[in-house]
Design a binder for this molecule. Structure first.
Ligand SMILES: Cc1ncc(COP(=O)(O)O)c(C=O)c1O
Length: 359
């Protein structure tokens, strides 16, 4: 067996230890005589799996007691609709547009009410985070929306905006559990797990109690109400059982690694190796304003499309997979999530250095 270094933006690399546990427990989960895949979601064993996953998640992210943790389906794109359907009581919301995902979320919300784009970095292909210090928050806004880590462009909002008392809603998909967060600063934070937390098919929503109400927009389906899932502890219907189990194993792994502060240090160390190389290279350049650089997604270019293609092909042949940039930006992108070992980044940088010398 040989494993590659997988720099995919998502679905993405998972900790090898977790995959080994999945393999070992595949046919017989802890003496139950069946796989977690075959288990009723109403069984005692499964209840224990989902309860433990939630408890470990809460411990890792230090989720306060007045927040619910929901394991949902439908991916990020469903949250683009669920957020307005559940929160847009006045039918007004403010969106900060720092990339394609925030733009898509704003567009979806326009189906339900008035959307104000109160800051944007579209003018420079989302290569920076706009000034968020003194935003014009609409008095009637039901919430302020951000995408905190921009997977495609490789930027991160490092200082949260002052929302003037309005609930902050944040898409944290591509930075989920990569560093500690102060949950109390958010009304809702949510992420698709397929980047840093587990296999595609689960979206974790962390939502403050007072935002879970029956007062949702008319026509909001039962399945798209946060209240449905909060009242039923994420077991209203059949959840993505196996995927939640794998997320639970990732939470255990994160705890064994020392928790989110340790992950942050590791992630800073890994990102520094790559950014330092990009800053010293004559061939490769980072595409993002240094201040706003993401620890998770690192886009870079050579400035020559043919050379980019050659690099991606040769890197792939050498076992560095999925380095092609997003189809809307081109170039390269290395996603270096929690489960990417430091050694993977060091070897990539060595490979880039050799490529530069030979081309
Ligand atoms: C930050 C962010 N938000 C939302 C999405 C969309 O998620 P999904 O494909 O689960 O709908 C992605 C997907 O890559 C993403 O990176």
């Amino acid at each position: 067996m040989s494993r590659v270094y997988n720099f995919s933006a998502g679905p993405a690399v998972l900790p090898e230890e977790v995959l080994r546990t999945c393999a070992a427990e595949m046919l017989d989960y802890k003496g139950s005589g069946m796989s977690v895949m075959e288990m009723s979601h109403r069984s005692k064993d499964y209840q224990n799996i989902i309860d433990t996953a939630e408890a470990d998640f809460r411990e890792l992210l230090q989720v306060p007691d007045n927040y619910r943790v929901l394991f949902l389906q439908g991916g990020g794109n469903t949250q683009f609709a669920m957020v307005p359907m559940n929160l847009m009581k006045n039918r007004v919301a403010d969106y900060i547009v720092t990339g394609q995902w925030a733009k898509k979320a704003a567009k979806e919300a326009e189906m339900y009410g008035k959307v104000n784009v109160i800051a944007s970095s579209a003018d420079k292909t989302f290569s920076y985070i706009p000034d968020l210090t003194n935003l014009q928050i609409d008095d009637d806004a039901d919430y302020v929306y951000i995408c905190q880590n921009n997977t495609i462009y490789g930027t991160t909002i490092k200082e949260l905006p002052d929302t003037k008392g309005k609930p902050l809603v944040s898409d944290v998909s591509s930075m989920f559990l990569s560093e500690p967060m102060d949950v109390s600063k958010y009304g809702v934070l949510w992420g698709g797990v397929q980047k840093n937390v587990g296999p595609a098919g689960v979206t974790i929503v962390v939502i403050r109690d007072d935002l879970i109400t029956e007062d949702v927009l008319p026509g909001t389906p039962t399945m798209l109400r946060y209240k449905t899932h909060a009242d039923n502890k994420s077991l209203y219907n059949t959840p993505p059982c196996y995927n939640i189990y794998v997320c639970g194993l990732v939470f255990k792994w994160l705890k064994e690694m020392g928790g989110l502060s340790v992950m942050k240090e590791r992630n800073e160390e890994k990102a520094k190796i790559l950014y330092d190389f990009l800053d010293s290279s004559k061939m490769f350049k980072g595409t993002v304003v240094p201040r706003d650089r993401s620890l998770m997604n690192v886009p870079f270019i050579t400035g020559n499309e043919e050379l980019d293609k050659k690099f991606i092909a040769e890197a792939s042949a050498a076992g560095f997979k999925n380095l092609k940039g997003h189809r809307t930006v081109g170039g390269m992108r290395a996603s270096i999530y929690n489960a990417m070992p430091k050694e993977g980044v060091e070897k990539l940088v060595q490979f880039m250095d050799d490529f530069e010398k030979n081309n």
